[in-house]
Design a protein around this ligand. Sequence first.
Ligand code: NAD
Length: 375
Amino acid sequence: MKKSFNIAVLPGDGIGPEVMVEAYKILNIINNEFNFKINTREFDIGGIAFDKFGTPLPKKTLDGCIKSDAILFGSVGGKKWTCLSRDKQPERGALLPLRRFFNLFINIRPIKLNNDLKQLSPLRSGIIKNGFDILCIRELIGGIYFGLPKGRNTFNKKNISAFDTEIYSTKEIERIAKIAFQLSLQRNKQVCSIDKANVLESSSLWREVVTTVSKNFPDVQLRHLYVDNAAMQLIKNPNQFDVILCSNLFGDILSDECAMLTGSIGMLPSASLNKNFFGLFEPAGGSAPDLKGKNLANPIAQILSLGLLFEYSLNLQHIARYIELSVIKTLQKGYRTLDISDGKNYINTNQMGTKIAKTLSEIIKNENHIISKNI
Ligand code: NAD
């Protein structure tokens, strides 16, 4: 009997459902071509779930995720839901609790630019030289996004103060640092830890703990950069980075900067994992309300997120490689969505998904005779 896996699919809001359709095209091919079966069940999350059930994270959705081997997520949010109370908002009331519930403290974003796709980057070709391959590791369930207390002091109508707490414990820093060092061993063995240790107490501890953890990884070269300098260095010479290790806040900002270096946020996938590598896989970008319903969004981030799901949660690395290769080859053929085009010559979301799926089929068929399809 075929081995099977269960995936909870959460398309969400905005362009989420549109790009998810393209990920299904890839899943269908994989289901037809390989010796295992991927079962999918779709659930509502975010604004659409609030509209239907009065909560952005219905119990049915959470139960479906609990019963799955991995979660494929689109995106949530939109103007319509910004005035709701915090716990009803799509991101604060669904995505953040989901990350917390499953203890998804590891966020991984591979930021790659092939040498022959350098023209996609807004950076000058002289700066990029041979492309780049960065792995951004972000701590995902600590720091200022979750730190307490947070809130407001209202002195009078014209004088309100608001505050958040950036807080990290030794244990929280240790566990994410270990992951960064471990993953760097499969790469160029260089970790760059990002902080603001010259100003922030939490960053001083971050630097101390990361340095201590590094002693268990003598083969890995560690350096520290202040976040402001890191933001500059990424533009000055992205090729100098191998693994970047960041707190929640700094990782949120720098990984979006990294996304732009590859051409568009629509190209950047992400994996959010717990210690057993159960995970939620989603595009780095949001629900892009400006593109909703226009068939113009780039589906590549969603498709590559599916690739990461195969790599990290299902442990099927060869499938992840096939998916990545099909995206690269499709781009090499010259196909572009609006966000990575010259503004005149581009194909739509639907067409891009179909092109990638077709390329994937071709790759699998071509390599059929040399690679075993059995897991
Ligand atoms: P966004 O990522 O949705 O959009 C920023 C810019 O990137 C826009 O110009 C958008 O058109 C573009 N973009 C994003 N994805 C793209 C794609 N696949 N193809 C082409 N272009 C793409 O960020 P925002 O505008 O700050 O937020 C919009 C909404 O999304 C908000 O409600 C926000 O809260 C939510 N959001 C959700 C997530 C998530 O679900 N994980 C993450 C970030 C923002």
